[in-house]
Design a protein around this ligand. Structure first.
Ligand SMILES: Nc1nc2c(ncn2[C@@H]2O[C@H](COP(=O)(O)OP(=O)(O)OP(=O)(O)O)[C@@H](O)[C@H]2O)c(=O)[nH]1
Ligand SMILES: [Mg+2]
Length: 297
């Protein structure tokens, strides 16, 4: 124990795309911080969510899904972000998995994560869905040898408190790393960009969400007036730009309305949002663009 008996540490949530890591982060925080979608490869950054509790501070890190075979430089960046978080000496790792039988190469990769000597917890998610949860739990547990396993539903909040109790038990004695009450280490403009991306994932299909990056060009806070936010959506091709804008600009207006509402809910204050769409040819393969958009660090 630290002198005050306080505990604190870093807890990395890892797993395949779509396993429910971001949903679990939000459930642990009881606050919507990380964007979520039914499509894989939604999260593109590490996202810190700071959870203060009675005598502890858990610094929870959501990560991009671990892609088995990256197909372009963006996917390489996502993989590197996630593996980097695993290798930066977290105090606890939480492997978030879906209740389906994992492939052998995936198990081999995941079991390697447990050689860092730090406790690894298994959170078999989506307990509310039908399936052979026991078989999936056994397959993962045999391969990765977690310190403890939990069946949870991040979506319904089931089992999340038990997982949190174990996380807190494993945190080392330490003073807090962040000021009490601080939820994250990123600026509001980062989350505004993420919420625009979340609306793109919700409203468009096929390649469009994955081919879209969002850059906030202006974020002005004005006393007594709504915030003014201007964002540019970068897509890879003219055809994608046409899809985003839609006939007579109808699709773009819908996107703007949905994203603005999400931003207002997040900021808890009025905001105006204006969107522009630009083509940056094949940006997912272009290292300069990946750097500019914050994916290559
Ligand atoms: N039924 C059910 N669905 C869930 C649960 N947790 C997450 N989901 C859904 O699974 C989908 C993926 O959730 P995310 O939280 O975005 O998954 P992720 O692991 O962060 O995905 P990436 O960011 O792409 O790696 C979304 O549609 C969630 O609503 C759960 O406990 N039960
Ligand atoms: Mg995610």
């Amino acid at each position: 124990m630290s002198e005050t008996g306080h505990k604190a540490g870093f807890v990395v949530l890892l797993g395949r795309p779509n396993a429910g890591k971001s949903t679990l982060l939000n459930a642990l925080l009881k606050s919507k911080l990380s964007i979520v979608s039914p499509k894989p490869q939604t999260t593109r950054h590490r996202i810190l969510g700071i959870l203060d509790g009675d005598g502890f501070q858990a610094c929870l890190v959501d990560t991009p899904g671990l892609i088995e075979n990256p197909k372009d430089p963006l996917q390489n960046c996502l993989r590197r972000q996630a593996m980097g978080a695993a290798h930066e000496d977290p105090d606890v790792m939480v492997l978030v998995a879906e209740p389906t039988l994992p492939s052998a190469p995936l198990l081999a990769e995941l079991s390697a994560l447990n050689r860092a000597g730090k406790p690894l917890l298994l959170a078999l998610n989506k307990a509310d869905l039908p399936g052979d949860h026991e078989a999936a739990l056994r397959a993962y547990a045999d391969a990765v040898k977690p310190a403890a396993s939990f069946q949870v539903s991040a979506l319904k909040g089931q089992g999340v408190d038990g997982l949190l109790r174990k996380i807190v038990e494993l945190l080392p004695p330490s003073p807090a790393f962040y000021e009490p009450g601080q939820l994250t280490d990123r600026y509001e403009r980062f989350f505004a960009a993420e919420l625009v991306r979340e609306a793109v994932f919700d409203l468009y299909s096929e390649e469009v969400p994955h081919a879209t990056a969002v850059v906030i060009e202006r974020f002005r806070e004005l006393p007594g007036a709504p915030d003014q936010i201007d964002a540019v959506l970068y897509v890879e091709r003219e055809t994608q730009k046409a899809i985003i804008i839609g006939k007579g600009g109808k699709a773009l207006r819908r996107l703007q309305d949905q994203a603005r509402q999400a931003i207002v809910d997040f900021l808890a204050r009025p905001a105006e949002l204006e969107l522009w769409v630009k083509v940056r040819k094949n940006w997912r393969k272009d290292l300069r663009s990946l750097k500019e958009f914050g994916y290559l660090t």
